[in-house]
Design a protein around this ligand. Structure first.
Ligand SMILES: Cc1ncc(COP(=O)(O)O)c(C=O)c1O
Length: 396
């Protein structure tokens, strides 16, 4: 038989957590595992702006023909504006181009193949820890993957260690940076830290790849883009992966883009010719529906304003939950120990709970977290913060 030697690999641990949570009969269970935004009812709703845009598409779309390797140019232009700011000189000088991809993951995969094919011999440096898919996506493309320190076992941002390691990175290597809302830790760099990273990137001639999966979930749509824009204006070349999964709630529509900033408009065309050829062999043409929705929203001032309000609503709920959890832990004598939860940004928090505490939370209190103590703060039910705080206190 052809398949006899194929071994079964273990499933994604987060997906296993979903099954275990679903099977738990405890009505007071908490799902803080899987990385999707949830509202006060525990649902991941379709945004109103998305529904309106979809209705328009239903009424007006006239074809489902292929859209080409780089996707819909209108989507590319609008997503570039959203990421870089509408006044970015890169737009005017045509030094930036977006390639529509199946989600942020598709953008990362395209980027990995681009580096492997067009920049042979370059290694890639990831934060320790990082989103686990970063590890496998670049390794599978054949890149040498290394790490710079980011958050240590003391559960603190280690900027000194990060800068010291970046100072040793071989010239020309690629450094992956999280634009905001670092997954899995929730710890972000300060503006000053970013400036120091930029200095090293420049002095060692490194190529930054900024993963921007949570625009709008940290401080605001504009403020979250601060570091991306700093790098885009200061450097001649930059790679950015953008995801519309979280901020547009378009998870399953697979919507994202790889943005390339090149030193000249002409060089950009060379790079884009390569990207289109690589994409042709990966997925031929990108999926359209999610990107068409995004273009409809970003291209219409009214829909854009509604969407921006909805993003702000999601961001505000997460910020309130962070503050609320620290507040609920305070009377239990744990406010200071978990104060970092209020400082971190985005959906995720490295709580500092160890594997044993995570296991006890799950088995004794039906609180489901990913091992390493990562909690999806957006999964918390605000009306049961005290119950959650008591469960945490019981295992600490
Ligand atoms: C850091 C990071 N990058 C990229 C992605 C890609 O998201 P998607 O492929 O769903 O757009 C995610 C999603 O969880 C993420 O956390």
């Amino acid at each position: 038989m052809h398949f006899n030697d194929i071994q079964r690999v273990p499933g994604d641990p987060i997906l296993g957590l979903i099954d275990a949570y679903a099977a738990d009969p405890n009505p007071n269970k908490f799902d803080l595992g899987v990385g999707v935004y949830k509202d006060a009812l525990g649902l991941t709703p379709i945004l109103r702006s998305v529904k309106l845009a979809e209705q328009r598409l239903l009424d007006t779309q006239t074809t489902k023909t292929y859209i080409g390797g780089h996707g819909e140019p209108r989507f590319g232009a609008l997503i570039s504006e959203l990421v870089l700011g509408k006044d970015s000189p890169l737009l005017e000088s045509k030094r930036v181009g977006a390639t529509q991809t199946p989600g942020g993951t598709g953008a990362l995969r395209l980027c990995a193949d681009f580096i492997a094919d067009c920049l042979p011999g370059r290694g890639i440096w990831l934060s320790d820890p990082t989103w686990p898919i970063h590890e496998t996506i670049f390794a599978k493309a054949g890149l040498m993957v290394s790490h710079y320190p980011y958050v240590g076992s003391d559960n603190r941002l280690n900027v000194e260690g990060m800068l010291a390691t970046l100072n040793q990175v071989p010239r020309g290597d690629v450094v992956l940076l999280h634009a905001c809302c670092h997954n899995p830790t929730g710890f972000d760099l300060s503006h000053d830290d970013w400036r120091q990273v930029l200095d090293i990137v420049r002095s060692r001639d490194l190529l930054p790849l900024i993963d921007f999966a949570y625009q709008g979930f940290g401080d605001s749509l504009e403020q979250d883009a601060w570091a991306v824009r700093l790098f885009a204006e200061a450097l001649p070349e930059l790679l950015i992966t953008s995801s519309c999964s979280k901020n547009f709630g378009l998870y399953r529509e697979r919507t994202g883009a790889l943005l390339v900033c090149a030193s000249t408009a002409d060089k950009l065309l060379d790079v884009r010719s390569q990207l289109s050829s690589i994409a042709r062999n990966l997925w031929s043409n990108p999926p359209d529906h999610g990107a068409a929705i995004v273009a409809e929203i970003l291209g219409d001032p009214e829909l854009k304003s509604l969407w921006a309000d909805e993003v702000e609503e999601m961001r505000g709920r997460i910020a309130q939950l962070r503050a609320g959890l620290v507040e609920a832990l305070t009377p239990l004598g744990l406010g200071e120990r978990f104060a970092h939860i209020g400082v971190q940004r985005g959906m995720f928090s490295y709580t500092g709970l160890n594997d044993d505490q995570v296991a006890r939370l799950r088995h004794e209190h039906s609180v489901y977290l990913v091992s390493a103590g990562r909690a999806n703060i957006a999964g918390i039910d605000a009306s049961r913060l005290d119950l959650l705080a008591q469960a945490i206190a019981a295992v600490c």
